[in-house]
Design a protein around this ligand. Sequence first.
Ligand SMILES: Cc1cc2nc3c(=O)[nH]c(=O)nc-3n(C[C@H](O)[C@H](O)[C@H](O)COP(=O)(O)OP(=O)(O)OC[C@H]3O[C@@H](n4cnc5c(N)ncnc54)[C@H](O)[C@@H]3O)c2cc1C
Length: 357
Amino acid sequence: MSDSRSIDTEILIIGGGLSGLSLADHLTRAGQDWRLVEARPRLGGRIAGLDHGDKTFDLGPAWFWPEQPRIAALAKRFGINVFEQHTDGETCYENADGSVYRVKAFSAMAGSLRLSGGMPALVNALASALDRAQIRLNAPVEALALMQQGVEAVLEGGETIRARKVVLALPPRIAAGIVFDPPLPEAAMRALTTIPTWMGAMAKCVAVYERPFWRDAGFSGDAMSRHGPMIEIHDASAMDGAPGALFGFLGVPALHRLTLADELGEACIAQFGRLFGEKAHAPLALHLADWAAEPFTATEADHLPLGEHPAYGPPPALSDLWGGALSVAVTETAPEHGGFTEGALSAAEAMAQTLIP
Ligand SMILES: Cc1cc2nc3c(=O)[nH]c(=O)nc-3n(C[C@H](O)[C@H](O)[C@H](O)COP(=O)(O)OP(=O)(O)OC[C@H]3O[C@@H](n4cnc5c(N)ncnc54)[C@H](O)[C@@H]3O)c2cc1C
C-alpha cells in the first residue's frame, strides 16, 4: 500500500471505555479532530450494567470515594445524583460449613459513593456529549503500522484508518495482542504483558428484588463468606431503594468458573438465601458477569486473582513509542488512582494534556 494516502483523523483512540470516552471528551472540548474505535457492540468497557425496568445495576465498578474528584466533577457536570453506599445494619458472616452469624461491625465500604443509574449513567452521559459519527462500535483493531505520515490501524475485516497519532485506551495485556509493525521495543512489550488488568479475574453476581427486604430485618446487606461461591456481598439497591439489589464477588477461581456457569447462578441464589432468608430465593432478576471470560478485558494471565492492588502508574517503557505517534492511556497507566474509574479519568486527562497544544 502506498504511503501517500492522506490521514483520516488526527487522533485515533482505540477503546471506548471510560478512558477513551473521557479523552474524546477532552479533545472535543479543545476543538481537536479525533475518532474512536471500540471492539465491543457497546461503549463502557469494564463499566456495564444490568437493566431492570428503568433502573440499572452495576455489573462492573459501582463505587468511588470522596478523595476522587474527577468522577464527582463529571457526575456534577451531567447532573447525575451521588449517594452513599448503604451500610447501616448488621454484617453477616458465613463459616466454611455454611453456618451463618450476624454482627454489628464496621463496614469496609462505609463512606463509599455510588451514582444514581450506576456507572453506566456516566458512560451514557459522556457518550451523549460526543459526536457519535466519530465513534465506531464492533471495530476491534488487530494491527497497527507506523507510516511516514502517522499510523495505520487495521480493523477486523481489513478496513484501515489512518491517524497522525494513536492512543491505546485498552488494558495493556489486551493491547499486547495487537500486531505492531515495526515491533515495539522489547521493554515496551514486557511492560504491556506484565501490567495486570485490574479486576480482570473478577466475577460479580447481581440479584434484583422488589425491595431491599434484608434492611427490614436489620441487615446492612454486607456479608463475608468462607463457604461461597460468593466471598463478599453488598447492598446494590437503586438510590431510592426500589428495586432492591444485592451483589457478590465470586470466590471461585476463574478457570473453574468458566466450566460452571449455570450451576453458579443457582449456588449464588442459595447463598443469598442462607444469608438473608427465604425472600432472597426469588430474585426478579439475576445476572452473573464473568469478566475473566471477556476477551476484550482479560487475558489468561489475568485469570489468577491479584493479592493486592498493584502499584500502577505510567511505565517509562511505554512513553515516546514510535517517536510519539503511539501512546497508552488506560486506568492501568494512570498517574493517579490507577486501576479505578478515577484512574481512567486521570489517564485521559494526562493524555489530553500532551495532545492538546
Ligand atoms: C467487577 C469489577 C468491579 C470494579 N469495581 C470498581 C469500583 O467499585 N470502583 C472503581 O473505581 N473501579 C472498579 N473497577 C475498575 C474499573 O472498572 C476500571 O478502572 C475502569 O472501568 C477502566 O476503564 P478504562 O477505559 O481504562 O478500561 P476498559 O473499561 O477496560 O476500556 C477498554 C476498552 O477497550 C476496548 N478494546 C479492547 N480491545 C480492543 C481492540 N483491539 N480494539 C478496539 N477496542 C478494544 C474494550 O472493549 C473496552 O471498551 C471494577 C472493575 C470490575 C471488572
